[in-house]
Design a protein around this ligand. Sequence first.
Ligand code: ADP
Ligand code: ZN
Ligand code: ZN
Length: 840
Amino acid sequence: MATVAAFLPKNCEVCTIMSEHLYADVILPLPLGDLFTYRIPPAFQSTIKVGVRVVVQFGARKFYSALVYKLHNNMPGGSFDLKDIDAILDQQPVIAPAQIILWEWMVGYYCCTLGEVYKAALPSALKLESQTKVSFNPNFEIPEDLPGEEEALLLMLRGHGQANIQSINKFLGKKSALPVIKLLLEKNAVLIEEKIEENYAAKLQPFLFLHPKLGTEQAIGEALASLQKAKKQAQLLEFFLSETLYHPEQKAQIAKKELLEKSGISEGVLRALLDKEYLHLQEIEVGRLDLSYEGEQRIFDLSEAQNQALAAIGEATAQAKPVLFHGVTSSGKTEVYIKLIEEQLKQGKQVLYLVPEIGLTTQLINRLKRAFGAQAGIYHSRFNDSERVEIWMNTLHEREQSFRIIVGARSAALLPFRNLGLIIVDEEHENSYKQFDPSPRYNARDVAVVLAQIHRAAVVLGSATPSFESYFNVKTGKYALVELTQRYQNISLPEIRIADVRQATKRKQMKSLLTPDLFESIEKALQNDEQVILFQNRRGFAPYLQCGTCGWIPKCTNCDVSLTYHKNMGAVTCHYCGHTQTMPANCPECHSTEIKTRGFGTEKIEEELSILYPDARIARMDMDSTRGKKAYERLIYQFESKQIDILVGTQMVTKGLDFDHVSVVGILNADQLLNYPDFRAFERSYQLIAQVSGRAGRKNKQGLVIIQTSQPEHPVLLDVVANDFTRLFNIQMNERKMFKYPPYFRLAKVVLKHKSRERLNMGANQLAIRLRKLFGFKVLGPEYPLVSRIQNWYQKEIWIKLERDQKLGHSKQQIMDEIKAVRALPNNSSLLVYADIDPM
Ligand code: ADP
Ligand code: ZN
Ligand code: ZN
């Protein structure tokens, strides 16, 4: 593997000064395999560099901003119609040299193209295409001295709202207007395509605060009392307090627009509150990167055990080894990370902190801000484009004020780090590190290890429940293992009990969905003013409906799955394509009106609980209940501040939350996890159950976990109860070895899709026959996956088990060649085929 140092001399200023280059190979933001060669006109000779963007024509009329990948003098063969580069967009490269090394590795490893990686890595404002939509930024004031072309374009956009680049070309009478658009982008005068509606790159917005006069709870009480006759005003003030999660020590604020919209109360009422000096209005800056932090900063001293872990990580890193940091939940891994980060910042290095899902990290980000203030920043796919470009440039160039620690989900691994010292991969076992679609189908955890190697940076993969792959890498000596086996301050791990659903049902002891043990434990917790978390990995009310007379099940019209019943919506909906229809009143087959719900999701649990515990405050946390912008944060806050007694949720409640008063955690149906048809099902079940268990009993006392199942003797559950990761690992490893599964073998999953079932079958068989010639019995399939049709595309899969040896790269190439050959056969032109390496 090349490192940055090895890469630098080749394309720094030296080469541009010493010789002229006639040709440039460029990457286009398209899923095309090859590089494309363009001629460099004399006028650009002195300014062109590797890593700058250029405007090129591709196809009859399309223009793209392409990235210069290589400069050379080798005339490509058969190049009669070589085109010239039309313009150069940048003076300095927009990517870091190390990125090219990473991209090339990704292309080889994940069987993708440079264009796909380029597309995935760069924010859209940096990769303009003919179809990219541009609009006027309503917060921009057009200055007097703006060059004519820029001004003309701005006025046009202000009038029309939006235009794509192709029509802008026409408007300006240019072959390509990209250089003009780029200048306007840099002035923040225009906005690009995505998310325009959601987040204007606004600068100032009116916000409402509580007036300083209402600085105490007493003053607020008096204010509310004084509004007894002005009901609407009282309502609005109360709404303000609840919506801003008012807390005496925090400065409560909310955007004026948001408050009025959500409360549905008129501006006149608000004005009255402003006049009375209960609320107070101020314009504040929004939408830009949050580079300020005013709170108190502190970093904790580590415990003895944590210090030892820190030292061990340091030793492994000195030998350039990736570290698997296996620490039980609440052992204080995060505090160790904070110390590691501190060391790096002292050396002026950058830190990448990867998390599985950025939306679920409110608590972590607060902790990092407390430790490092404004140096910690977030890279979020929901940011608008100008913010993403700002972080991009901030990572690439040394700035006076810039983020040193980037917290982000997988795509943050593709940022242009210039001086990376440390990568932390938190919850490394999570499968959300894997990108499913579109290509590149990379696993950010594995990309992180390679990225660290390129930068000679340290890399720490942390988890309470490591992936078997990473643990295997420890066994083979590839990774170093560092462990924390005790919780911080030796708080004991929770007691885990198994509750037999089958037996309780037979004895008619079930209280709705709860076994007697779980029911009573919840009751006791509530009596003691403690909190409860209940986990069920299904959202909605019921996974499916069924006719009680003939057995008919409503299915999606576009996909091969049953529709989930959502009682709140009064509808059934497809979790794959979103198709929604009203709840059927009677069966279309036999006209019976006896339509029954089957199974149970979080919505049903919530409803049943409210009957069983009428006095408890119950809330639900799943994708449906957290759609609003701040809904997730609000739920966490309400649970933290004990406004909720029982929290019911999907996987969301398993993820790294740290609550102080949870004494009981219940897993309502472990069978569903264990019986999932996948070779990783046991590994996943163990991880999920152990993670959600970790939420129990953190600070004050030992917690209790109750796992409901109809397989009480299941070996995985026994290992969970005994907290015996190693046993489970060893048994599973034997099986995987025997059946040639990862980590002993690598998997390549080839997915084929077609709208016609016959065409799909034909293509899949053709490919399978070819692959069997090469790989014999290591080819499985073609078979339909669990869901055989999604959005009217039928799909089949072929799995290939590949030996982990030198031939791996070659084998992948063979697979790609066969895919290409099958796609080229007659009748297969609309067959979609792709390979997914290391599928999850
Ligand atoms: P993990 O990341 O392993 O789940 P955390 O870092 O979240 O564990 O630690 C669990 C709790 O213990 C947190 O509330 C954290 O603030 C606290 N804690 C851990 N280590 C220390 C320390 N050295 N000093 C003070 N508090 C600590
Ligand atoms: Zn029926
Ligand atoms: Zn569907």
